[in-house]
Each structure stands twice: as C-alpha cells, then as structure tokens.
Ligand binder design. Structure first.
Ligand code: KG4
Ligand code: ZN
Length: 345
C-alpha cells in the first residue's frame, strides 16, 4: 500500500465529544462524525465526567458505523487505527482506547495512541499539508492554552502554557457568571460583536518578558465589574459590552505572547488551533499578525478547531507513515490512558 492509499480510522473520546473519522493518506478526509454532548452538560454549566463516559459508551459503536458508511469503506478496508490516549478525562479516554484496542487486535491492525494536543496541532496540516515548518502553534481550547514549535521533522517542542485557567475555560466561566449557558465561547463571541470594549479588563502579563498566559485575572475583573454594575444599575446588565471587554483582553494576551514567541523563534508559519481558534476576533487578530511578520497564518476550518477525530487520524497517520516498520504500532495491548500528558516538554 502506498502512503496515499493508507486508510486510517480515527477515534476521539477525551472529553465531551464522541468523534470518529476516516482519512485516506495523510490528509484526505473521507468522513468525519462528531456527536457533541453540549445538551447533556449545559444544564450543569460544565462537563460532568460520569455523564460524558456513559454517553461515549452508548455512541462509540454507532458513530463508528456511521463514519465508515459515510466514507464508503468497511472494517476490512481499514489499515490503521488512531485513537486519543490523553490528555483528557480518564474514564472518557478509556472508552475510545478500549474500543480501538479491541478493533485493532481483532483485525490484526497496527494502532497509534495519539496525544490530543498533538492532534490539535496537526489539524492545521489537514487543509495545508505543505504548511511551512518550523511552525509556531498556538493551541487554545477549553483545557489548554499552550505554545508549541513544530519542527521540520514533525517533532513538537513545548514553549509555554497558562499559569491558571485555559482561555476556553475563562470564556466558559465568564459565560456562566453572566448566565449565558455552555459552552460560553461561541455565545460570548456572538454577543461581543454587538458591544464595545468599554470596561477595563486587564491583559495579564502584558508587559512581562514571559511567554506564559494567565486568564484568571480577566475572569475576576469581569466578576468585579458585574458586581459593581449590579449595585449601580440592577440586573439589566450591558452584557454585550462586558463580553466585548473580556474578549478583547483575551485576544490581546494571545496576540501579544504569540508575537513575542514568533520574534524569539523565527517560525516559517503560525498555526492557531483548538476550540478557541473558532473565535472571530482571534482569527482576525492573529491573522493580521501574519501579515505584520510576513509569514502565513494557518487557522483550520471551524469544525477542525473544536474536538474532532480527523485531527487524531491525521496525527496517527503521520506518525505511522514516518516510521511504518516500528514494532511499537503492533504492541498496544498494555497501552493505558494518560490523563495528564503534555507533549514535547
Ligand atoms: O478544543 P475543544 O473542542 O475542546 C478541548 O479540547 O477543550 O475546545 C472547546 C472550547 C470551549 O471552552 C469553548 O467555549 C471554546 O472552545 N470555543 C470558543 C469558541 N468556540 C468554542 N471560544 C471562543 N470563541 C468561540 N467562537
Ligand atoms: Zn481539544
């Protein structure tokens, strides 16, 4: 089988999406199915791990059948199984990992245990297989805010992370504070377009010479603004202006640290990946940074930013194609889930 003929089944269950995808070669998407659990968790204002696991168990088999059907392939056509091994909720990870192991073992197939964050970074290469390397990747999601350098040999070097909340987590917490629902990012993104950033939300670590992020300060600033306004004007809050002020502080922090990292490491491109890369202001502002620095900025299509299995299949296929004969791909029986796993440290 040539590299372009490899059929990879990708499986992702690390958090609250049950996702299955079929990929041909390194980047041709044959199908991508994502079942979001937002309806289950929104009533709780955040993810309830026990409920997430139960839903994954119910959905993993029908989602796989549906992804294969959409791709027009059967189990017998699969050449490789790629599954998220970590980081994530341990019970949720174990559902996908156990299913993938059983499938690969029963069919005598190789299997790759993929790091979820590496998957997010590799999502940038699905639509841009010739993305210039080294690439500075800003990975912004509900659980993570990290800067990585993806080298010419596709190895990841971790550069920095957040001291406290992740960017998406801060969006979700601010939305909960304002009674807007879950997940908060898309709601705040939409409301911010109707408001103006008139309130003073600080951009954490702005003038410090560090690549680290911090988002608990902006979140607390919003809490204080809300309390003050409730005392002054009552419950009828200027929600759109508050959202615009908060979002502006988050986007400025992401822009500032990505710019600092680009000046230090001189990448050939920048990628913005993860759920928060769907944010319209993030896309616009970091896109403009590329023009400023004269390098391409790659931001995947929205459906590739939030959790999906295409990115897991792409990361797994890439690893396999670079090192096909490694016996490790057949030695997965003892593979365990790794709930905490930062790659490239
Ligand atoms: O990558 P992802 O699906 O899951 C994790 O691995 O965490 O990211 C989910 C996060 C949530 O916090 C959600 O609020 C945020 O991405 N998000 C957004 C937007 N769309 C999703 N944040 C800001 N603006 C958006 N448009
Ligand atoms: Zn994710």
């Amino acid at each position: 089988m040539t590299d372009n003929e490899l059929i990879t089944l990708g499986i992702e269950t690390s958090c609250d999406e049950t996702a299955v995808a079929v990929l041909r070669g390194a980047s041709q998407v044959l199908s991508s199915k994502v079942a979001s659990q937002d309806d289950i968790h929104s009533a709780h204002g955040g993810i309830v791990p026990e409920l997430a696991c139960r839903r994954h168990i119910e959905l993993i088999r029908p989602m796989t059948a549906s992804a294969l059907e959409k791709a027009g392939v059967g189990f017998k056509d699969i050449d490789l199984v790629a599954v998220t091994r970590g980081p994530g909720l341990v019970g949720a990870l174990l559902v996908g990992l156990s299913y993938a192991k059983a499938l690969a073992w029963a069919s005598g197939l190789p299997m790759v245990g993929v790091n979820h964050l590496e998957g997010h970074v590799m999502s940038a290469m699905v639509e841009n297989p010739d993305m210039p390397l080294p690439c500075l990747a800003l990975m912004v999601s509900g659980g993570h805010t990290e800067l990585f350098l993806l080298s010419q040999s596709h190895s990841l070097e971790w550069l920095s992370g957040t001291r406290d909340d992740a960017a998406g987590e801060a969006f979700d917490k601010v939305a909960r504070l304002l009674g807007l629902g879950y997940p908060g990012g898309p709601i705040i993104d939409r409301l911010a377009r109707e408001g103006k950033p008139v309130y003073d939300v600080p951009v954490a670590l702005k003038s410090e010479d560090t690549l680290e992020f911090s988002f608990s300060g902006p979140k607390t600033a919003v809490k204080n603004i809300v309390n003050r306004l409730k005392n002054e004007i009552g419950e009828n809050l200027p929600v759109a202006d508050i959202c615009a002020s908060f979002q502006s502080a988050v986007v400025q922090a992401l822009y500032g640290k990505t710019r600092l990292a680009a000046r230090r490491f001189h990448p050939a491109s920048i990628a913005v990946v993860g759920g928060v890369a769907r944010n319209s202001a993030v896309r616009r502002t970091i896109g403009a940074l590329g023009e400023e620095l004269g390098i391409p900025v790659i931001i995947p299509a929205p459906e590739l930013c939030t959790d999906n299995a295409v990115m897991i299949a792409a990361a797994g296929a890439g690893r396999f194609l670079r090192d096909r004969n490694n016996p490790e791909f057949h030695d997965f029986q003892e593979m365990d889930a790794t709930p905490s796993w930062l790659p490239g440290v």
